[in-house]
Design a protein around this ligand. Structure first.
Ligand code: HEC
Length: 193
């Protein structure tokens, strides 16, 4: 009896693990397309709401923008920290810490880059900034080999964060009064970031 039971349970175990592996494989195959499908659906609905009277070109542009931004928003705090660190290593010599374009190398006579805060670059697609880092731009060298693609995306996210923080106005602050927000922040953080 005992032997028979053990035999059965081993068969059961093997059968069970085969089923489990199969289910896992199926899950791995099905799940990402599912997520993508829902993201895509969300975008389509948003685009439809935002632009009722657009051309196909407009819709395509909105689509590209949305998916590009989604890539970046999938980046976590840790990625952003890494982006900042990489940015400080590779970009600040020319673009400086704030992105205004007055880095050390520029102060010594290198061609000054445009500020990241100029409206054209603030409106630039994240993919464009990624492309500039990958392939270089005019006098700027490319970083394709020195910085891998993931880190390039992290840098892009950080550049965007710099741009957003620079553009923050009183309107972004609760109550529209920066002083009020500072006061509100006092008990928690002592006003330091
Ligand atoms: C050696 C100096 C130098 C470094 C390092 C550098 N850049 Fe630049 N960058 C430039 C210059 C110069 C320009 C303007 C080029 C031109 O107009 O010919 C520029 C332009 C740009 C632009 C704007 C392109 C446009 O459309 O005007 C972006 C975005 C940019 N850099 C991002 C970065 C990022 C991100 C890094 C770090 C990975 C970086 N750069 C590192 C010198 C540098």
């Amino acid at each position: 009896m005992r032997n028979r039971q053990r035999g059965l349970s081993i068969v059961g175990l093997i059968f069970g693990s085969v089923v489990l592996v199969f289910v896992l494989l199926l899950g791995m195959k099905l799940f990402p397309p599912y997520l993508e499908f829902f993201t895509a659906k969300k975008h389509i609905i948003q685009i439809a709401q935002e632009q009722r009277a657009g051309t196909v070109g407009d819709v395509r542009k909105a689509w590209q923008l949305k998916t590009a931004i989604d890539d970046v928003s999938a980046i976590t705090d840790k990625d952003l920290d890494r982006g900042q660190e990489r940015f400080n290593i590779f970009c600040t010599p020319c673009h400086d810490m704030t992105g205004s374009g007055k880095g050390m190398v520029v102060q010594r006579g290198y061609r000054p880059p445009p500020s990241f805060h100029d409206p054209r670059l603030r409106a630039a697609d994240p993919g464009y900034i990624f492309d500039v880092i990958t392939n270089g731009f005019g006098a700027m060298p490319d970083y394709r080999t020195q910085v891998d693609a993931r880190d390039r995306w992290r840098i892009v996210a950080y550049v965007r964060a710099l741009q957003i923080s620079h553009a923050a106005t009183a309107a972004d602050v609760p109550g529209g009064d920066p002083d009020a927000a500072n006061k509100a922040a006092q008990p928690a953080g002592g006003g330091k970031h």
